[in-house]
Design a protein. Sequence first.
Length: 183
Amino acid sequence: MNRTYTPSNHSTEMRLTYFGAAPHTLVTSLIWFLAGLSGELHSPVMGITVLIVGGMFIFPAGELIRRVMFVHTYIREGNRLPQFFMLLAFTVPMSYPLIYLIVKQDINLFFPSFMIVIGAHYLPFVFGYDMKSFGVLSLVMVTLGTYFSLSKPMVFSTPAYITSCILLVFAVLHYVKIKKELK
């Protein structure tokens, strides 16, 4: 990595420091896959548990990957975007009561509801990372979550597997984008 590169603004500092969220998106993809697999092989409640508990480890595991990649920290003093992202992270668990009320009616709506919440959660990343691709990711997840919510009958784990694939694609795209940007 070119450590002499000086980012021009706060969003660029975030994008380069967190590598466009590629490591964290990769971890998120894996958790969605494991949740789907658990829901399919064990029980829907196990799939739900894996996604919720696994979600608590997205940032630490993503940071571990980032450190193994030896990604330089570009965030300078005065950049308040890390605090913005910390607050943004809490929007997901604050949505749990809404998801619970939906799932109480039909457990098959868990993954689609979560897709919508996570999709909406990604929209501010467009600003925070200055990456329009997060707008596309947001739109895709909200649209597919809505589609799956309205589709009957549906296999419980299908939305989790599809979300995992979508997140994996965006993790790779973001990784490639940042690698090119740092050259």
